[in-house]
Design a protein around this ligand. Structure first.
Ligand code: AMP
Length: 458
């Protein structure tokens, strides 16, 4: 099974890249070539990183409120793990995985999603034995070789949550409610919750056959990919974004109409719990999600504000996956939120002030530098963020720098102040200054900085 997957990647990647992987740093004209980041893999620069910190911090708070505990797994796994779990005829495995042989010829892959790794770790460490180990979350980079565009990258980041061993439909609803709770807490508005049921191994096969028949009659209208999919994995045709395939699907049979009694009851209860909490949702019978392991509940949080990339997060139930990966037969459910897309949406609605230092210490003279260095450390130990006029320079140039940094206060220490045992403290907003005894410096700033921070926040 795996050999065919490896074959795909070998065909793409048959050449040996060693040797040619390093291009000469110096061009013939003497200029030095710059090494650039890989397309679709982005740097997160300090100006944007506070959004990431806010998202990650809020996610941790909300997830831990619902009893989730953090797990961290490697970003590289055996290729087989993803081929067996996500499904060999999914776009992710067929076309999008970064897969490569290591130096010993073992096929590895950069993880395209987190569920398979968390399930593998659960099995490998026998976490079933630990009563606290049922709800997990992980935050980190995923890799898919898709065509980059706004909201779609080759390295992107997910907040991922997984629960094992609970098949109660209340949990399905709780997982969605938690996702909505998180989005609300972070301030994201205007997103919709779409849900569907994908049936189970008892009811899906007959639906597949009916869908196959429907697609057979419309084969001439399908794109070449879907024409192939209709034989190997007809449900995947619902994922296709090509217009003519979408048109060909008008009037297609719907999974929700073919559920067995147990799946229909499960779905009804999930909807009942959501309605009981007044969580608005839309049943979207065409949403099948791009991974094969889902069964019964599937859901997505969608937006119309990100162009083609309309899913902010999504997930579903995957009751057979743990068993299929050689573990105990425990049900599972989970979801992933894309951090880049979430931040793009948050940035449309509000701005977040970058963190700036509180105080700038301007230093004039070598003796002042020694005392100033001591003062700076004392302030930092009090929790005050200080930036220093390293290397001295004129007072004017140091004040210019302080101004650019946007500090609320500048402390000035020169030889004269040193002799008097004082420091000049300038309030930048009020444009006033006063002398403060050096010994009182940390106490005075400890009192005024929290007020200045509050003022800046308003
Ligand atoms: P999936 O694992 O495909 O269900 O994706 C879950 C979420 O991850 C999506 O709703 C997106 O927010 C995000 N995501 C998936 N693929 C990408 C990508 N290539 N670039 C950025 N975000 C992505």
């Amino acid at each position: 099974m795996i050999r065919s997957t490896c074959g795909i990647f070998k065909a793409n990647d048959g050449r040996s890249t060693r040797g040619s992987a390093v291009s000469p740093a110096n061009r013939e004209d003497g200029a030095v070539e710059r090494v650039q980041a890989i397309r679709g893999m982005n740097d997160i620069l300090p100006d944007a990183v506070h959004w990431w910190q806010l998202v990650e911090k809020t996610a941790r708070e909300v997830l831990e409120l619902y009893g989730y505990r953090e797990i961290r797994t490697p970003v590289v796994e055996k290729l087989e793990l993803f081929a067996r779990s996500i499904g060999e005829s999914t776009d992710i495995v067929e076309k999008e995985m970064y897969a490569f042989p290591d130096r010993k010829g073992q096929w590895l892959a950069l993880r395209p999603e987190a569920t398979a790794s968390v399930v593998r770790a659960f099995i490998e460490h026998n976490l079933q034995a630990d009563p606290l180990a049922r709800k997990f979350y992980t935050i980190g980079p995923m890799f898919r070789h898709e065509r980059p565009q706004k909201g779609r990258y080759r390295q992107f980041h997910q907040i991922d949550a997984e629960v094992f061993g609970i098949d109660d439909p209340m949990l399905d609803a709780e997982v969605m409610v938690m996702l909505c709770h998180f989005l609300e807490r972070i301030g994201l508005e205007g997103v919709g919750l779409h849900i569907n049921s994908l049936g189970c191994p008892a009811c899906r096969p007959s639906f597949r056959e009916e869908l196959k028949k429907f697609l057979h009659d419309r084969a001439a209208h399908l794109c070449p990919d879907c024409d192939r999919r209709r034989h190997v994995n007809p449900l995947r045709v619902f994922d296709c974004k090509v217009d003519r395939c979408r048109e060909a699907l008008v009037g297609a049979p719907q999974l929700v109409d073919h559920l067995c009694g147990a799946c229909a009851r499960h779905f009804e209860k999930v909807r009942g719990y959501l309605t009981g909490l007044d969580v608005p949702f839309t049943v979207d019978p065409r949403m099948v999600r791009g991974l094969d392991y889902y069964m019964r509940t599937a859901f997505e949080v969608v937006t119309d504000r990100l162009g083609a990339q309309n899913a902010v997060g999504g997930g579903g139930r995957y009751d057979g996956l743990m068993r299929d990966l050689g573990g105990p037969d425990l049900p599972g459910i989970g979801f992933a939120i894309g951090i880049e897309r979430l931040i793009l949406l948050l940035q449309q609605g509000q701005s977040l002030a970058a963190k700036t230092p509180d105080v700038f210490l301007a230093i004039l003279g070598e003796q002042a530098a020694i005392e100033g260095f001591r003062v700076v450390q004392a302030l930092r130990r009090r929790g005050i963020a200080v930036e220093v006029g390293y290397g001295g320079g004129s007072l004017k140039s140091q004040m210019r720098r302080a101004d650019k940094l946007g500090v609320s206060h500048v402390a000035i220490l020169g030889e004269e102040e040193l002799q008097k045992g004082v420091i000049v403290l300038r309030n930048m907003a009020e444009k006033s200054q006063r002398e403060v005894p050096l010994a009182d410096m940390t106490g005075v700033l400890g009192a005024v900085i929290p007020l200045a921070r509050d003022g800046r926040r308003q």
